[in-house]
Design a protein. Structure first.
Length: 186
């Protein structure tokens, strides 16, 4: 069983994958490579002067893989709650995980199928930590926002979700702050 299953490989999903994997959570990511980032060019992302959406995705995927995340280019057909966590189904296989992070942009169908509550604006109702009304299911980026669909906001949502997961796992508030001495050699 994986610790965290992430559905979606845009800024929110890949940020979640990076934070989860670098903190030793077994992390699996499912992505169909249909991110809006393929149409983007970032000039407004901190510390990035100019980068195409395609290059951003390539670098972000590499970071997540380098930290230990497993990336699958599969479409998730269903996510179901079980007594032990969740089953994530694709056309080819099924996977189990303790936590699920939904990062599917404007497609909120998996959240709806799981029974997540929605707001009057028809977005997934989430806490500040991106947790939904279904315990241990998180909805990030455009899933929980009627507006403000910026890559940097989505990436922050992915990080917030995983910091909450890490806090639950450690039994106390956890923050991820690296020092120069923490930088691994790649």
């Amino acid at each position: 069983m994986a610790d965290v299953a992430i559905v979606g490989g845009g800024p929110a999903g890949l940020s979640a994958a990076l934070y989860a994997a670098k903190n030793d959570l077994e992390t699996i990511v499912f992505d169909t490579d249909e991110s809006w980032m393929h149409k983007a060019h970032l000039f407004n992302y901190p510390a990035v002067r100019s980068i195409s959406g395609d290059e951003y995705l390539e670098l972000s995927r590499g970071q997540a893989r380098d930290r230990g995340a497993t990336l699958h280019e599969d479409e998730v057909t269903a996510v179901e709650e079980t007594d032990d966590g969740f089953v994530v189904r694709t056309e080819e296989d099924e996977y189990t995980a303790a936590y699920v992070v939904l990062a599917t942009g404007g497609d909120r169908s998996l959240a709806e199928d799981l029974g997540c509550e929605f707001t009057d604006e028809e977005v997934v109702d989430v806490t500040l930590d991106m947790e939904t009304s279904v315990e241990n299911v998180y909805a990030t980026g455009a899933m929980g926002r009627a507006e403000k669909w910026q890559a940097v906001i989505a990436a922050g949502d992915g990080a917030a979700a995983v910091l909450d997961i890490l806090s639950k796992e450690k039994g106390e508030y956890y923050h991820d702050f690296d020092m120069p001495s923490d930088v691994p050699e790649l």
